[in-house]
Design a protein around this ligand. Structure first.
Ligand code: ADP
Length: 334
């Protein structure tokens, strides 16, 4: 198995790492913006992917939901193409070294860097009654996740760009104080770094309730697509459409080669928004049909999913131990 060599590889092996929260089943924004790259990079890098349950604790406080959604996210990622023979998939809390490394990195991270992070400000606004300390230190834990495995490439959506920049600053601060230890990680984006939600205005996000889900029942996916806001200036069916600003047209780019013809139909008012939405819904359902079947199958065999996650965490133990020994030594802890 390709995985067997993972732990013993030298730190210089090009590695990719990314984390995703178990905060509900993934939507097409997650797939087009990040998961597609997770799948692609499995063949080019030594790939490590993590379900970040420690991170999710900053907003989710229901233990049953946490357990269920962690397994659902794992099944979803496997169904979408993560292959345990070509990547390592694990749950963050199964490698508790992540929290120790986060603490150590906190000691090189000025509070002001964290306070100015846009996502922190957003979270404070979104959950004013639950401004827990984890929200502030979230990017430090994220930096720890990445540098634990000395990953250089991090596939994420554009909303994570500021966090990645902060990870790089934290790495530089650590290396300056204790000597060259970690490589600076770089974000890698897909062709759809920001997928807009059904409101056509804000990024598609579970917390905003504007998603098109991948694993929901078919009629729910249709309902979500049909609710999409299109070109708000196209009032009558005979008005010419503007595919550049219509989110439905933008999404057609990822679900068929013929989008240029579809756009022409919109521009010349041969097709209407409702036609475009019906087509998009059909195509999304068809595109994910295989993944939806695999997901149902995996959820019917949860022991398989749990086994893959356990094996992933076990495999990473030596790599995490080596990083922790190096860091503790450099910081004068051992
Ligand atoms: P959400 O914002 O829905 O809670 P997550 O924070 O779990 O999603 O994101 C998981 C991954 O998917 C991250 O790499 C994130 O950048 C990416 N992602 C999330 N939403 C979008 C989007 N609308 N467009 C592009 N990428 C996205």
């Amino acid at each position: 198995m390709a995985n067997q060599t993972t732990a013993s590889m030298a730190a210089t092996t090009p590695r990719t790492f990314s984390g995703i929260q178990p905060s509900g089943a993934p939507h097409i924004g997650n797939d087009l913006g990040a998961i597609r790259n997770y799948v692609r990079l499995q063949d080019e890098f030594e790939a490590i992917y993590c379900i970040v349950d420690y991170h999710a604790l900053t907003s989710t406080h229901d233990p049953e939901r946490m357990r269920r959604q962690t397994r659902e996210m794992a099944a979803a990622l496997l169904a979408l193409g993560l292959d345990p023979d070509r990547c390592t998939l694990f749950v963050q809390s199964h490698r508790p070294e992540h929290t120790e490394l986060a603490w150590l990195l906190m000691t090189v991270t000025p509070v002001s860097w964290l306070e100015r992070t846009p996502t922190y400000k957003e979270k404070v606004a979104n959950q004013p009654d639950d401004v827990n300390h984890g929200l502030l230190t979230y990017p430090v834990l994220q930096a720890a996740d990445i540098v634990m495995y000395k990953a250089t490439t991090v596939p994420v959506g554009k909303d994570q760009a500021a966090h990645l920049e902060l990870s790089r600053e934290i790495v530089r601060a650590f290396n300056r104080r204790y000597g060259e230890t970690f490589p600076e990680p770089a974000a890698v984006f897909t062709e759809a770094p920001v997928v807009l939600g059904t409101d056509g205005a804000r990024k598609m996000s579970k917390s905003l309730g504007n998603t098109i889900e991948i694993f929901a029942p078919e009629d729910e996916i249709r309902r979500q697509v049909m609710s999409m806001v299109t070109d708000t200036q196209r009032i009558k069916r005979t008005d010419p459409g503007r595919p550049e600003v219509c989110n439905v047209c933008q999404l057609q780019r990822f679900f068929g080669e013929d989008y240029i013809q579809l756009w022409e139909g919109e521009r010349t008012a041969q097709t209407g928004c409702v036609d475009m939405k019906r087509l998009l819904a059909d195509r999304i359902i068809r595109h994910y049909a295989g993944a939806r079947e695999r997901y149902a199958d995996l959820m019917a065999h949860p022991e398989q999913v749990d086994g893959i996650l356990e094996a992933g965490a076990d495999l990473l133990r030596p790599m995490a131990a080596a990083t922790m020994a190096e860091v503790r030594g450099k910081m004068g802890l051992r």
